[in-house]
Design a protein around this ligand. Structure first.
Ligand SMILES: Nc1ncnc2c1ncn2[C@@H]1O[C@H](COP(=O)(O)OS(=O)(=O)O)[C@@H](OP(=O)(O)O)[C@H]1O
Length: 655
C-alpha cells in the first residue's frame, strides 16, 4: 500500500462517513465464482475511467503462469479483452459463531478482548501482542500497524509465495499454547472453525497461503489502494466478516476504478472474494472494532508451476515465540541467519555479450542485492597476493559484497558480473574454489563472436567515458583499424600453436586438421600458453577473437565445476521475439532457485552507438565467418552434449 498523505486520508474518511450516513446500498450478493487470475495479472485500470477500460477492445495479451492468452483467441477459456465488470464475488454464507462465541472461544475473539489493552500479560487473549510474541509469532505488517489494525496471524507467506509459514496458533497436534485447558489446541479449534469457509470455497487447507483475523479500529479509514507484488497475481483474496457489530456502519468498497467501487455487504459470515488488485477502501464508521477473517489461497497448479521453475514452495511450522526477520519483500527465520554463503552467483562473461543488462535485470528482483560494484574483479586484478591465508583472502573478496549485512536474510542473494573471468580461467578458477568453496551459480552469456568483437573494438576505441574507464580499456587499439587488431590476435594465437588448422594465406580452416587438433593435449597446452601470455590483467584491449572462441573458454570451466552449476544463454535471446528479456531473466531466476518476477525495466544497458567496423568490409567479414564457423559449431555441440540443452537452440549458431 503506497503512502497516502494524511490530508487525503482525512478527506476520504469524511466522504466515506457521509456515504455511510446516506445509506449507500450494498451491491447485491452475486456468486460469479472465483475471480479469474488473468484479471489480476495487470494493474488496475490505469486511467481511472471505467468507460475507457470497458470499451477499449485492447488487443494486448495477458499472461498467467507464463502462458500468453491472446485476446483474439477463439478458445472460450480465453480471457475476455476488457477489464472485469465485477470485482466482488459472493461465494456463500457460513456460521462464524464458532470463531467468535464465548462458549467456543477458539480465539477468544471478542470485541472486549481486542479493545482491552491489558496492563499485564494475558495468556488467554490472542489479541494481546505480548501473548502473540511469546506463544505465536509476531509478524509485523508496517501498513497494518500504521492503521492500528490488530491481528491474529495463523498462516503467512513471503511476497513471492516461496515459503508458507504455519504459525503455532494454526498448528494441529501437540500442545502449542498455554491457554488450552483440555487437550485441544488453539490450532485445532481454528481449523475446525475455518473448515466451513474452505468448504464454501471448495479448496484444501494446503492451498491456503495466508490467513489471519484482522480487527479494524473504530473511526479508521483505509484509503483507496490496490495491492501489488508477485503474490497478488497468484492468489484469491477472500474476506469473511466475523465480528461486525453494526454492518451498516462499515463501508467496504471495491471496483476497477476509484469512482466505480461498489459497496460490499459486510454482515458476519458473508464469504466473498475480492480482486485485491482492483481499487478498494474500507471505513469503520462504527464504535467498535470490526473483525474480518482474511484468507489468500492459490490454485493447485501453482505448486506444480513452482516445481517446474526449480523453486518448489516450502512449508515451515514456526515455533512459539520464534523470531522472524523481515524486509519489504523477504521473510527469514532468525535461526537460519548466516545459512546462505555469498556470493550466490557470478556472471563470468563473455565480455560485450549483454552481461551488464543481465546483471541490472536480475538485481531488480527484490531478493537479488547488488554487490558494492558490478564488476568486482576480486578474483583477478583486485586479488590481493599479499594475503596468505584462505580466511584472509576470503574476507578480502567478501569485502566487495554486502555479505555481512545480508547474513540475517538467507533468502536474499548477491553476486557480481565480471566478464573477464570467462577468459582468465587459469587465475580465476583456483581462487574461486579457494574463496567461494560453497559454489556460486555460474552464468555465461555468449553472442555472435563477430558482433561481439565489433562491439569490443567500438568500446575500446570510443572516446566516451571517464579517464579511469579509458585507462582500463587500454590505449593500444586507438591507432589501429579493426582489421589490424584482429590480425594481431590471429598472429598471437598462431605463434602460440593454437591455430594449426588456420591457413594465414588463404584465410581458411583445414577441417581435417581442425577435427584432429581440437580437444587434444596440444590444444590445451597452446590455449594455456596463449591465455597466460596474451591476457594482461587490467586492460580491455586484448583477445578480440579469442574471447569469441567460447568452447575453448567454457571447456576449462566445465571441467572444474559440476555441469549443473552453469547456465549458458545467448545475448540474441534477449532481443528475440519468441524469448526476450523476461525469458532470459526467468531462466536466470530458475538457475538461482529464486521465484520469478516481472522485470520492470527491460531497457538495454551498456549499449553504444557506433559505426559498424565491418561496414563495406566484405573480405574481412568473409574470413571472420570462415574462422568462427567451426568454433561456433563446436561450441553448440558442446552445450548440447555436456549441458543437455535443446539441439534446435544450439545448432547452426550465428550463421
Ligand atoms: N536487451 C538487449 N538486447 C540486445 N542487446 C543488448 C541488450 N542488452 C545489452 N545489449 C548489448 O550488449 C552489449 C554490452 O554487453 P556487456 O554489458 O556485456 O559489455 S561489457 O563487457 O560489460 O562492457 C552492447 O552491445 P553494443 O551496443 O553492440 O556495444 C549492448 O547493446
Amino acid at each position: 500500500m503506497g503512502a497516502t498523505p494524511p490530508e487525503e486520508i482525512a478527506k476520504q474518511h469524511l466522504a466515506a462517513v457521509s456515504l455511510i450516513e446516506s445509506h449507500m446500498p450494498c451491491s447485491p450478493r452475486i456468486n460469479h465464482g472465483a475471480v479469474p487470475l488473468y484479471w489480476k495479472t495487470k494493474p488496475t485500470c490505469p486511467h481511472l475511467n471505467v468507460e475507457t477500460c470497458d470499451k477499449d477492445p485492447d488487443t494486448a495479451s495477458v499472461e498467467v503462469s507464463g502462458v500468453a492468452h491472446d485476446s483474439n483467441d477463439a478458445n472460450p477459456n480465453s480471457p475476455p479483452w476488457k477489464y472485469p465488470e465485477w470485482c466482488i464475488s459472493s461465494l456463500g454464507q457460513v456460521d462464524v459463531t464458532s470463531i467468535n462465541q464465548d462458549d467456543a472461544k477458539p480465539a477468544n475473539v471478542t470485541s472486549k478482548s481486542i479493545k482491552s489493552t491489558p496492563k499485564q500479560f494475558s495468556p488467554t487473549n490472542l489479541w494481546d501482542e505480548d501473548n502473540a510474541s511469546r506463544n505465536n509469532v509476531r509478524i509485523t505488517r508496517p501498513s497494518h500497524d500504521a492503521w492500528g489494525i490488530k491481528k491474529i496471524m495463523l498462516v503467512f507467506c513471503d511476497d513471492f509465495l516461496n515459503t508458507i509459514y504455519t504459525l503455532p496458533w494454526y498448528q494441529t497436534g501437540g500442545l502449542n499454547n498455554k491457554t488450552s485447558t483440555k487437550s485441544v489446541t488453539i490450532g485445532e479449534k481454528m481449523h475446525k472453525a475455518i473448515q466451513p469457509i474452505l468448504d464454501v470455497l471448495q479448496i484444501q487447507q494446503s492451498q491456503m497461503v495466508r490467513c489471519l483475523l484482522a480487527a479494524l479500529p473504530p473511526g479508521v479509514t483505509i484509503p483507496v489502494h490496490h495491492d501489488t507484488g508477485e503474490w497478488v497475481k497468484y492468489t484469491h483474496r477472500v474476506h469473511v466478516p466475523i465480528i461486525v457489530p453494526d454492518p451498516t456502519k462499515v463501508l467496504f468498497r471495491c471496483g476497477p476504478t476509484e469512482q466505480s467501487m461498489e459497496r460490499v455487504d459486510c454482515s458476519p459470515g458473508h464469504v466473498f472474494e475480492m480482486n485485491n488488485q482492483a481499487k478498494h477502501a474500507v471505513t469503520n464508521g462504527g464504535e467498535d472494532f470490526r473483525v474480518h477473517l482474511i484468507l489468500d489461497y492459490v490454485e493447485p497448479s501453482f505448486f506444480e508451476m513452482r516445481e517446474a521453475q526449480n523453486c518448489p514452495v516450502q512449508r515451515v511450522n514456526l515455533a512459539p515465540g520464534e523470531i522472524i526477520t523481515q524486509t519489504r519483500r523477504s521473510i527469514d527465520r532468525a535461526l537460519e541467519a548466516g545459512s546462505r554463503d555469498q556470493p550466490s552467483f557470478l556472471i563470468l562473461g563473455a565480455q560485450k555479450a549483454g552481461t551488464t543488462s543481465l546483471y541490472e535485470y536480475m538485481t531488480q528482483h527484490p531478493w537479488v542485492v547488488k554487490a558494492k560494484r558490478r564488476e568486482t574483479h576480486c578474483l583477478d586484478w583486485r586479488w590481493n597476493d599479499a594475503l596468505k591465508s584462505t580466511e584472509d583472502r576470503r574476507a578480502h573478496c567478501l569485502e566487495f559484497y554486502h555479505a555481512k549485512a545480508m547474513r540475517p536474510y538467507p533468502s536474499l542473494r548477491t553476486g557480481d558480473s565480471t566478464p573477464s573471468y570467462l577468459l582468465d580461467y587459469y587465475r580465476v578458477i583456483p581462487r574461486l574454489k579457494e574463496c567461494f568453496a560453497h559454489g556460486p551459480q555460474l552464468i555465461i552469456l555468449v553472442r555472435d563472436p563477430i558482433k561481439r568483437a565489433a562491439s569490443h573494438y567500438a568500446m575500446v576505441t570510443s572516446s566516451d567515458g571517464s579517464p579511469e574507464q579509458m585507462k582500463a580499456r587500454g590505449m593500444e587499439w586507438r591507432e589501429k583499424s579493426f582489421q589490424e587488431v584482429l590480425e594481431q590476435d590471429i598472429k598471437n594465437m598462431k605463434e602460440d600453436g593454437l591455430l594449426p588448422y588456420w591457413d594465414m594465406e588463404s584465410k581458411t580452416v583445414n577441417s581435417e586438421i581442425f577435427d584432429t587438433f581440437i580437444n587434444s593435449r596440444e590444444e590445451d597446452e597452446a590455449w594455456e600458453r596463449y591465455v597466460r601470455t596474451r591476457v594482461p590483467l587490467n586492460t580491455g584491449s586484448y583477445s578480440p577473437l579469442a574471447r569469441g572462441m567460447y568452447a575453448l573458454q567454457c571447456r576449462q570451466w566445465f571441467r572444474s565445476f559440476s555441469k549443473d552449476k552453469f547456465l549458458v544463454m545467448k545475448l540474441e535471446d534477449m532481443s528475440s521475439r519468441e524469448k526476450g528479456v523476461q525469458w532470459v531473466v526467468n531462466k536466470t531466476m530458475e538457475h538461482l532457485g529464486v521465484p520469478q518476477f516481472e522485470v520492470p525495466d527491460v531497457d538495454k544497458k551498456n549499449a553504444r552507438e557506433y559505426v559498424d567496423p565491418l561496414e563495406e568490409k566484405e573480405e574481412l567479414k568473409g574470413w571472420l565467418k570462415r574462422f568462427f564457423a567451426p568454433h561456433n559449431e563446436r561450441f553448440g555441440k558442446m552445450i548440447v552434449e555436456e549441458l543437455g540443452y535443446d539441439r534446435d537452440d544450439w545448432t547452426d549458431l550465428w550463421i
